[in-house]
Ligand binder design. Structure first.
Ligand code: XBP
Ligand code: MG
Length: 256
């Protein structure tokens, strides 16, 4: 089998987590006496900045503040983000965030066929651990031979750092692996790392440019309807199985 590993993004790919992140950000702001309210349209824009801490900084820099007040706000980011992470993990632990369609099935197929699993994400390890434990059980983190989280590397997506770190931990070359993503930033990161990349857009990213993707699907579950004008989509009604990923990767490598 030329396919040696699947490397999954987390937010938006394993699960639709961003609404929970958005709520956790807003609750943290209120807890700190800030009247900031990240509405869905605003959050969709802010999501173009990867990393929660970086996202708060990007937002602060849009505010019309005197230099001293801006500096005070920026100095508050670690506390704001820590509170947000605590609240986000509570939401996860409450069971409010299921895995996306087909994710658990594909993880099982990969494990059954000896294909290794990796994670390459911008979020934190504690958020990953909370989500995997709640959705897949207490041992699920051990299913992944490599986990690369946002603060493990110098540069967040769209830089390739987390994918290169995951490949290094797996001891594999890009040609043996496939990345699964939901966003244009994630796609750019995976392609910059040389990976065949499958995109399943989320609510927040469906309008982004995925023309560089090797395959775009509505989800990893039965495709209720193929995405029009997207490269390589499967006929409606099928679901992406590990054998098909292997086949598409082999064909792509032959054409490379
Ligand atoms: C998406 C992100 C993360 C989350 C928030 O990560 O950009 O920043 O939005 O999580 P992924 P943090 O690469 O998994 O799609 O607040 O922990 O950053
Ligand atoms: Mg994502």
């Amino acid at each position: 089998m030329s396919l040696k590993a699947l490397i999954f993004d987390v937010d938006g790919t394993l699960a639709d987590t961003e609404e929970a992140h958005r709520c956790a950000f807003n609750e943290s702001f209120a807890e700190h006496g800030l009247d900031w309210n990240w509405t869905k349209p605003l959050y969709a824009e802010l999501l173009l900045t990867t990393g929660g801490k970086e996202r708060i900084a990007a937002y602060i820099n849009t505010l019309n503040l005197p230099a001293e007040r801006r500096a005070q706000m920026l100095a508050q980011i670690p506390a704001l983000h820590a509170a947000k992470t605590q609240r986000y993990m509570q939401i996860v632990q409450s069971g409010g965030i299921p895995l996306r369609d087909g994710v658990e099935r594909l993880l099982g197929e990969a494990r059954a066929s000896g294909v290794a699993l990796g994670i390459a994400t911008t979020t934190s390890l504690q958020n990953i651990v909370a989500l995997l434990a709640k959705t897949l059980g207490p041992d699920a983190l051990g299913w992944f031979q490599a986990v690369s989280a946002g603060d493990d590397v110098p540069r967040k997506k769209p830089a390739p750092d987390v994918y290169l770190d995951a490949l290094r931990k797996l001891g594999l070359s890009p040609s043996e692996c496939v990345a699964l993503e939901d966003s244009a930033n994630g796609l750019r990161a995976a392609k910059a790392a040389g990976l065949f990349t499958i995109v399943t857009p989320s609510y927040w990213t469906s309008g982004e440019d995925f023309s560089a993707a090797d395959l775009v699907l509505p989800s990893l579950g039965p495709c209720a309807r193929p995405l029009a004008h997207r490269p390589g989509m499967l006929p409606g009604g099928m679901e992406l199985r590990i054998e098909e990923i292997e086949d598409k990767l082999s064909k792509a490598r032959m054409c490379a």
